[in-house]
Ligand binder design. Structure first.
Ligand code: 3HC
Length: 685
């Protein structure tokens, strides 16, 4: 097999070139080739310096994650980086694309780093539940400074080449041909001695404030909440400030191994691949081309319609937005402008960019203006009759091949499609609120949705920086469907003796951003409730008719003060007790375990039903929905991965124990029972 690393002489410079698509991951063959390249540079008398450069879209994007968990193949990455640094001739890293993780560690092993302006440098290991394990936690603070290193290792967010240059992580910015300039740079420094070795630098370590670590923890509490890796990253950098390099790397290795053997790293690495798998559509040929989307139409300028529009405007795609009244249109456009201005204040956009994005918006009352749109997204009330009427009208005016999408969160996309003469062009695009912020997009594949419509939806999702998951047509699709058993059981648990705070705490302790009742208060307890019906059949009806619609009214399942801080509500407790008395229920002590069984295990059971009905393409897609749509803690991988880690038999046993309380609301997924009986898993990792 040919090596992904080749070498070639340019005068007195040896070019060591990697060609390992798609991202030049540092797999075994690359590591071996790099060491061989350095040995060659060392041995060749006519060679005075070396350049390490990559072909394709990027510099090394890190260790090869597919090798994790497999028997190690020598040389290890730390040895490779040490070998580069130990070279007696200068080595220059020529960076384009992304120098990430092990890739940045290789660059740190080089004596000089040059980069093109579009390059990004980072250590995203923390996102995989790890820390930079090839000397990065020791070399980075020495080169970039302790505070910057701390920020980079704990957040995993890459920095621009320009910023890297300003802090000394990049030595030279390159304009024009990277290789040519890197060779010139290597020639220029060929005779400079001593060689600047990152591991030997001490200046920035000595400059660091003694309180840097405590200050960082105090200023960034959310970075550390629930996750194990950020603190171990911090500890490794702290070791760099307290110990000589050789001892610091030993600490790094120990901390790396601790993380690698833990459940969080497994979950986070699993999720890395889950997210990428979600983009693949089963049963659709890879040669199917997406349709061209030059203009998007949005029907409805409310919270959803406005948020959806912003995604396209931000990506430079013009939007025609239609409303029924001038007032609603003005209000919608006003909210969008204010959102952009708020982002500009945080430095995310310049005022000029805000002007450009808003300039792409065409607000109108004229429905027929949608005629030149390539994709039209309906974002109006969640009522079938209204949606069918709109799609019937769209059918008459939309151009041939336009994609007609509904942002429905529950309704039957096939029924909506049947209101048109072109069901093949109809698809569900379920955005999550706030639609300009939340990363998840459920792409709902109708019975007749054409393959190229699906391919277009997935490609467009990537363009507007969403993570898209294909779902089948069923009530609530993937995410909201799984909320139903959770909410049903949570509400029943209130009657049986639990409090909203107790149930929510089980969820927040688990790592969810909020529990079922906190979520109801945020979203609006009144969603789907109509005052005119005026029936009070359950606790929610009672709350709604008492004007307790959630945070927006200052009262819901909780009372809220003027800063929207919640406290338990005696009124709600009274309402719960009234219903208990009516239902003849004697309250009992409810354990946290029972709450978990009835609200978390039932979600797993529903996920299994979704899978067995073919409503999700794969179990990992369900996990992607829950992590990106509802804040399921990524260090638990998502509900299906978590169930696998818990053990499916444990889930089944827990559900059996809770079944008498759940009554007719609960039925087992056969798939869950079968997999548990066979000792199988949903996610295979
Ligand atoms: N190892 C193995 N495969 C990788 C990989 C890696 N480090 N990084 C990306 N890939 C694969 C992806 O799985 C995907 O495969 P697929 O086509 O079969 O689905 C393919 O490369 C392309 O990846 P993306 O779809 O993500 O491509 P993008 O162009 O959108 O993004 C990227 C490119 C920014 C480089 C992104 O892939 C990325 O962030 N990669 C991970 C970087 C990372 O986490 N590095 C640290 C690794 S851990 C480490 O280095 C430990 C060390 O400290 C010891």
């Amino acid at each position: 097999m040919t090596s992904p690393i080749s070498t070639e002489k340019h005068g007195h410079v040896l070019i060591i070139r990697s060609n390992n698509p798609p991202v030049n991951a540092l797999g075994a063959a690359v590591r071996q080739g790099l060491v061989a390249g350095i040995e060659e540079a060392e041995a060749a008398e006519d060679i005075k310096a070396a350049v390490i450069i990559c072909e394709g879209q990027t510099f090394f994007a890190g260790a090869d994650i597919t090798e994790f968990g497999k028997p190690p193949v020598m040389p290890w990455l730390p040895e490779v980086v040490d070998r580069i640094e130990a070279c007696s001739k200068p080595v220059v890293a020529a960076i384009h694309g992304t120098a990430l993780g092990g890739g940045l560690e290789v660059a740190l092993g080089c004596h000089y780093r040059c980069a093109v302006a579009s390059a990004k440098l980072g250590v995203p290991e923390v996102k995989l539940g790890l820390l930079p394990g090839a000397g990065g936690t020791q070399r980075l603070p020495r080169v970039a400074g302790v505070e910057k290193a701390l920020q980079m290792v704990t957040t995993g967010t890459p920095i621009s080449a320009q910023e890297a240059f300003e802090i000394g992580l990049v030595d030279r910015m390159i304009e024009g041909d990277l290789l040519q300039h890197a060779v010139a740079y290597a020639t220029e420094v060929a005779d400079v001695r001593p060689l600047p070795r990152s591991s030997e630098r001490q200046g920035k370590i000595e400059e660091a404030s003694p309180t840097a670590f405590d200050d960082f923890i105090a200023a960034n509490p959310r970075t550390f909440k629930g996750f194990e890796a950020p603190m171990k990253n911090l500890e490794a950098v702290r070791a760099a400030t307290l110990k000589p390099y050789a001892e610091g790397v030993m600490d790094e290795r120990k901390l790396f191994m601790e993380l690698m053997s833990g459940t969080q790293a497994k979950a986070q690495q699993y999720f890395f691949f889950a997210e990428r798998k979600a983009a693949k559509i089963e049963g659709v040929d890879e040669t199917v081309k997406p349709r061209e989307i030059k203009r998007v139409g949005v029907i409805g300028a409310g919270t959803m319609g406005g948020g959806i529009s912003m995604n396209f405007l931000s990506a430079g795609i013009p939007v025609t937005i239609v409303e029924m009244s001038q007032e609603a249109l003005d209000r919608g456009a006003g909210v969008m402008l204010r959102n952009y201005e708020a982002s500009a204040k945080k430095g995310r956009f310049t005022a000029e960019q805000v002007g450009q994005m808003m300039g792409l918006l065409n607000p109108t009352l004229d429905f027929d203006s949608l005629a030149d749109c390539d994709l039209i997204i309906e974002a109006v009330f969640e009522q079938m009759e209204i949606k069918k009427d709109i799609f019937g009208r769209l059918d008459k005016i939309a151009k041939p091949d336009a994609i007609l999408a509904s942002n429905t969160s529950y309704l039957n996309v096939d029924e909506i499609a049947a209101a048109t003469s072109r069901p093949q062009d109809v698809v569900g695009l379920h955005f999550f609120s706030p639609a300009n912020v939340m990363k998840l997009l459920e792409v709902v594949r109708g019975a007749k949705t054409a393959d190229d419509v699906l391919v277009t939806a997935m490609a467009l999702a990537k363009k507007i920086k969403k993570v898209a998951v294909v779902a089948g047509v069923c009530y609530g699709f993937i995410g909201n469907r799984m909320l139903i058993p959770r909410q049903t059981e949570a509400t029943k648990l209130l009657l049986e003796g639990a409090t909203p705070a107790q149930i929510d705490k089980v969820h927040t302790d688990f790592g969810m951003p909020m529990g079922p009742f906190q979520m109801a208060d945020l979203a609006g307890v009144d969603i789907g409730w109509h005052r005119d019906v005026n029936r009070i059949e359950n606790i929610r009806d009672a709350l709604c008719s008492a004007d307790r619609w959630g945070q927006k009214k200052g009262a819901g399942f909780y009372d809220y003060d003027d800063k929207r801080r919640p406290s338990p509500s005696p009124t709600v407790q009274g309402i719960i007790e009234e219903f208990r008395t009516k239902a003849g229920v004697t309250p009992r002590e409810i354990s946290d375990e029972e709450i978990a069984q009835r609200t978390l295990y039932t979600m797993v059971n529903e996920g299994a039903k979704i899978l067995e009905e073919g409503m999700a393409q794969r179990a990992s897609d369900i996990d992607v929905v829950w992590v990106y749509g509802y804040g399921w803690p990524v260090y638990r991988g998502g509900p299906m991965h978590w169930a696998d880690a818990e053990g499916l038999q444990k889930i089944v046993d827990g559900l059996k124990a809770a079944a008498p309380h759940m009554g007719d609301d609960f039925s087992f997924s056969q798939l869950l029972l079968d997999k548990a009986a066979k000792g199988e898993k949903f996610t295979g990792r």
